[in-house]
Design a protein around this ligand. Structure first.
Ligand code: AMP
Length: 367
């Protein structure tokens, strides 16, 4: 039986396992956290990611290793790669862990980005602000997620506050992009180099956390979709990528401005479980195993809501037709992603109508 080792045991790992069981796959997770949603389904080893010794228990009997969170230390992935295939390639981890190398890669491949400058000192911050102007956003280069590790600088007076809050680690200043909406492209590439792309998704964030995705992104024409596929192809090929890759874009008119990428299955792709012919989770597994990729075609338009901090009345939601509830088995805590709900409808008009009923039933958690 094929056995997959996964670094990280969060909800993404859990959904990978859920997609893999029908294919006869088995899983082992490595995650140091107190609570790991994947451990309800499969063996979980508790080990610090920085500890690259004692890996034999994890690697024993594995066929391939993948990861479900992008802060896996690159050295660990490289060490594991000496004995087993590790996909996506550690080079993709490396590029995505540092906002400077990520944006530099995008730029090298001709993907538009916000103007940016590395910042190591107060002087560099001031000269970067002189260069990029206001407003701007100061971000930590590493370990930023869900809107953490960044500070908006609207005017010169904000610069000291931002510096006071973030100084001490390598930083990046970005010019503010006045975008109309945020879109993401989920792409997948197999071991043989075959690629497939899901329809563009429109994402709505609050406080830097993804709240809602609409798939396909309403009003998106073929030209924009083709542009996203072109950009996705460049990144996949440059990294000799294998697996699912998410690229997040700011959209302004017909322009796509690359903000960041995640070398893993992604929250904005959860709708694919019910909304695409092959889910992102199954396609990621097929890709890392060297199996044929499944169709990424849309089954029906979907909206996906994250359940954050507290759960709504899930039974009431389940009483509505074609509403799908996914709970991760996590202890509720403010700001924590506890699950998601996917709403599916035959067309965009029906989806809008259904969403009104769903937000009535789901109360304010489903705004
Ligand atoms: P990030 O951690 O880079 O994904 O940023 C979190 C959110 O902040 C994004 O989803 C955007 O809504 C916003 N944001 C980040 N960078 C920029 C930028 N350069 N211009 C405008 N908005 C941004």
């Amino acid at each position: 039986m094929t056995m997959i080792g996964v670094l990280g045991g969060g909800q993404l790992g859990r959904m990978l396992a859920l997609a893999g069981y029908p294919l006869g796959l088995r899983f082992r997770f490595l995650d140091p956290a107190a609570e790991a949603p994947a451990e309800h389904l499969a063996e979980r080893l508790i080990q610090d990611f920085r500890d690259s010794h004692h890996l034999d228990r994890f690697t024993a009997g594995l066929d391939v290793i993948t990861y479900e969170f992008e802060n896996v230390p690159v050295e660990l992935a490289r060490k594991l790669e000496q004995t087993l295939p590790v996909y996506p390639p550690p080079a993709a981890l490396e590029a995505s862990q540092d906002r400077l190398s990520e944006k530099t890669l995008f730029q090298r491949l001709g993907l538009p980005t916000a103007p940016f400058a590395p910042v190591q000192s107060r002087d560099e911050l001031h000269s970067a602000l002189d260069h990029l102007g206001f407003p701007a956003i100061l971000k930590t280069r590493r370990f930023g997620y869900d809107g953490k590790g960044q500070h908006a600088i609207q005017a010169p007076a904000d610069a000291e506050t931002a510096w006071g809050e973030l100084a001490g680690v390598p930083l990046l200043l970005e010019g503010f992009v006045p975008f109309e909406r945020e879109l993401s492209q989920l792409a997948v590439r197999g071991r043989d180099g075959a690629t497939a792309f899901y329809p563009l998704v429109e994402n709505h964030h609050e406080g830097g956390i993804l709240r809602r995705s609409l798939a396909p992104a309403p009003g998106t024409n073929g030209t924009l979709q083709n542009l996203a596929c072109e950009y996705g192809t460049r990144v996949l090929q440059a990294l000799n990528y294998v697996g699912v890759l998410a690229i997040e874009f700011f959209c302004r008119g017909g322009e796509l401005i690359a903000n960041e990428m995640a070398p893993r299955v992604h929250n904005s792709g959860h709708w694919t479980i019910e909304g695409a012919q092959t889910s992102q989770f199954e396609n990621h597994l097929r890709a890392v195993l060297g199996w044929p990729l499944g169709s990424t075609a849309l089954v029906q338009p979907c909206a996906m809501f994250n359940l954050i901090g507290q759960l709504p009345d899930c039974q009431a939601l389940l009483s509505l037709p074609d509403v799908h509830v996914h709970l991760y088995g996590k202890t509720p805590r403010p700001g924590r992603k506890l699950g998601h709900v996917t709403v599916r409808a035959a067309n965009q008009r029906q989806l809008r109508e259904k969403l009104q009923r769903v937000s009535g039933v789901g109360r304010r958690e489903l705004k």
